[in-house]
Design a protein around this ligand. Structure first.
Ligand code: ADP
Ligand code: MG
Length: 439
């Protein structure tokens, strides 16, 4: 299986990435739905958690045709430098490998850049770390993909451990919580599961929108939540939207979450994006002038993970070609970006086509100037989707919509983003379209 999987990975990733990050990985065991991989260093572990785990899991699930869990671990002699939560497999408690419980120590408040879109969430997060269980409990951080929810959440954990190294901190994604619970039931260790989750000082559950639809899991989580809450233990949750909008999330959970604070993170403005890049460049020891930084920042505006990806791309391009990082070379390096999103089937024109078809219009209506209501809204939806689902810059999107100004795109995006919050019919249409496009 590993051979098959690594062959797929080799096809998927560039040779440089494959050789650096994947070739040195050792398959340790596969049992049931769990594949355990051993990585040579902490550095690899971080990189895997950040960039490779999700795509690898997807490929693995495609290969096996079933839901799979990948656990990452370090060679034995390396594990003791982790945060003291590592346990061995034969322990009665559940087995925990790197990615299960460990915080990524790169995610701190120090390297979290504060900007207009995130300062409230940042402030709330810091308070939660300073006075856990006292002020904002639970704290829910919500917002779009790649905007720093996980970073902020883990920063709370890292900060709490810095202040009190004995604190018991547990970070899980909602899927890990789900898998843990299911495994504990299967192996008749539900007591251990409960003991583990109900004894923490800080519980961080990432991406709770994946609890939607899972009634039994929600039931267990409800009890975990109550136990911790009663004992004044801090709970932090993240989700891609406000909990009351998560479909099939039980009312009693939603109302529990309401008792705390919900803080949203919105996409960073240009200034914040530049600041993030500058920080990142500094941390990597790269010297990049302001003009180049602001060019890179202007290319990607809705997702910080992709913004960082763009910087890595520029860096790699310049290293490989042995040239300096300057504006011209950055432009050359990022030229392929648009094509990249096109490859994933998400070109602007593709979006226009799908939206037109969906509303029984012509593409020319979508890109045209007619102002009748039955056309204006689909057009705005198409712009909204182009902005949400592709890496194209605002001016580029405007241009592809019959040469409209980028402020028109911003307006359309805001309009739809606001309207889907209160109009469930519209919300359904947009999510239908999203599904159509992502298949
Ligand atoms: P999300 O969980 O919302 O999808 P992440 O927390 O994984 O997003 O963030 C994606 C990447 O962007 C991470 O590498 C994170 O460190 C970085 N990042 C996000 N927001 C900031 C910020 N304000 N300052 C610095 N880095 C950030
Ligand atoms: Mg996240």
């Amino acid at each position: 299986l590993w051979q098959q999987l690594s062959a797929e990975l080799k096809k998927t990733f560039k040779p440089v990435s494959y050789n650096t990050w994947i070739a040195s990985v050792k398959p340790i065991e596969i049992s049931g739905d769990t594949l355990v991989l051993e990585l040579p260093s902490e550095f690899h572990l971080n990189y895997w958690n950040e960039h490779l785990l999700d795509p690898t899991q997807t490929i693995l699930e495609e290969l096996t045709g079933q839901a799979m869990t990948i656990k990452l671990r370090l060679p034995n002699q390396l594990t003791n430098q982790n945060q003291g939560q590592t346990q061995t497999l034969d322990n009665d408690e559940k087995a925990v490998y790197g990615h299960d419980t460990h915080l990524n120590d790169q995610y701190t408040f120090d390297n979290f850049v504060i900007g207009a879109g995130n300062y409230l969430a940042q402030a709330a997060a810091l308070s939660a770390a300073e006075e856990p269980g006292e002020i904002y409990n639970p704290l829910n951080i919500y917002g779009g993909v790649g905007l720093g929810k996980t970073h902020l959440m883990q920063a709370i954990g890292n900060e709490m451990l810095r202040r009190n190294p004995d604190a018991k901190v547990k970070y899980v994604t909602s899927e890990e919580f789900t898998n843990d619970l299911i495994n504990s039931i299967r192996t008749r260790r539900q007591e251990a599961f409960r003991r583990e989750y109900r004894s923490v000082d800080l519980l961080l559950v990432d991406d709770i929108q994946f609890f939607a639809d899972k009634e039994a899991i929600q039931e267990e989580f409800f009890h975990t939540f109550n136990k911790l809450y009663e004992n004044k233990k801090q709970i932090v949750l993240t989700s891609d939207r406000i909990p009351s909008e998560i479909p099939k999330l039980e009312d009693r959970l939603v109302s529990r979450f309401r008792s705390g604070l919900s803080a949203d993170i919105t996409p960073p403005d240009l200034e914040t994006r530049i600041a993030i890049l500058r920080n990142k460049a500094l941390a990597e020891g790269l010297e990049i002038d302001d003009q180049t930084l602001s060019y890179i920042a202007s290319q990607i505006d809705t997702n910080i993970r992709e913004l960082e990806g763009a910087l890595v791309r520029v860096q790699a391009y310049c290293t490989i070609n042995k040239i300096d990082i300057d504006l011209e070379n950055a432009m050359a390096a990022l030229q392929g970006l648009q094509e990249l999103s096109a490859e994933r089937g998400l070109s602007i024109s593709g979006i226009q086509e799908v939206v037109a078809q969906y509303y029984r219009l012509q593409v020319a209506d979508i890109t045209g100037k007619k102002r009748t209501k039955n056309i204006v809204e689909p057009r705005q939806i198409a712009m909204y989707l182009a902005r949400e689902l592709t890496d194209n810059s605002l001016p580029k999107i405007g241009k592809e919509f019959g040469g409209k100004d980028h402020t028109t795109v911003i307006h359309a995006h805001e309009k739809i983003a606001t309207n889907i919050k209160r109009d469930s019919e519209l919300r359904k249409q947009v999510s239908d379209l999203q599904k159509l496009l992502q298949n």
